[in-house]
Design a binder for this molecule. Structure first.
Ligand code: PGA
Length: 256
């Protein structure tokens, strides 16, 4: 199956009106060249609307970094409903990023509820899974990833994965400059696809699995060339137009 590459920029808690405009202007210059891939930017929630406006008439899509697990408006101070993200133009939302899991106490059940809430609002969830360095060294990487994935499958059903994206983000590679080797990434991606194929081979074959964790212009091509790597979730390198575009170029050249 030919899966369309997705290159997603996770801006994390970075940005300002001025910085966002400069970044978007840089990205928009080149987007016509990237016809074979999907490109996504995920700014902080407070900037979604203004960034969305600047993206109008470009090929760049808008995504959010987080959402509330509730599916109806109500008394949830500080939270953001999926329908609000849809209304401001988001197509995707990241759920279960390791920083949300580690720093904000999101457990597997909450991540699964957020996945369901995203789909209920018409958003495509980008479900992040990944092991810590300690877990990798203890040889429990597959066990941890299977647990994180199963929580969503149990809660939402295997069919829900049809309208989703999976992102493998080894925690030890995020923001550390230490990337998984292409072989390490491929091994995990193949494992994840295999876990899904046990339940539904067609869904497994069409599901895009992104790699995230210190993807840069100089390592993107070798990662994206692996058979089960269908793009990237990019943090630090998504904040510079030239770097993000170079990563998009790597995907475009490989154009599955
Ligand atoms: P990084 O972040 O590219 O800066 O390692 C990736 C992520 O956390 O999504």
């Amino acid at each position: 199956m030919q899966r369309r590459y997705l290159v997603a920029g996770n801006w994390k808690m970075n940005g300002s009106y001025a910085a966002n405009s400069a970044l978007i202007a840089g990205l928009k210059q080149a987007t016509a060249e990237f016809g074979a891939i999907e490109m996504l930017v995920c700014p902080p929630a407070v900037y979604l609307e203004s960034v969305g406006r600047e993206l109008a008439d470009s090929r760049l899509l808008l995504g959010a970094q987080n959402l509330c697990e509730q599916v109806q408006a109500g008394a949830f101070t500080g939270e953001i409903l999926g329908a609000m993200l849809t209304e401001v133009g988001c197509r995707y939302v990241i759920v279960g990023h390791s920083e949300r899991r580690a720093l904000y106490g999101e457990d597997d059940a909450r991540v699964a509820a957020k996945f369901a809430a995203a789909q209920a609002a018409g958003l495509v969830p980008i479900l992040c899974v990944g092991e810590t360095l300690g877990e990798r060294e203890a040889g429990v990487t597959e066990k941890v990833l299977a647990r994180q994935l199963d929580a969503v499958i149990q809660a939402c059903g295997i069919a829900a994965l049809t309208h989703s994206v999976l992102a493998y983000e080894p925690v030890w590679a995020i923001g550390t400059g230490r990337t998984a080797s292409p072989e390490q990434a491929q091994a995990v991606h193949a494992f994840l696809r295999g876990e899904i194929a046990k339940r539904d081979a067609i869904i497994a074959d069409s599901l895009r699995i992104l790699y995230g964790g210190s993807v840069k212009a100089d390592n993107a091509a070798e990662l994206f060339a692996m058979g089960d790597v269908d793009g990237g979730l990019i943090g630090g390198a998504a904040l510079k137009a030239a770097d993000f575009l170079a990563i998009c170029s790597a995907a475009q050249r490989l154009g599955k």
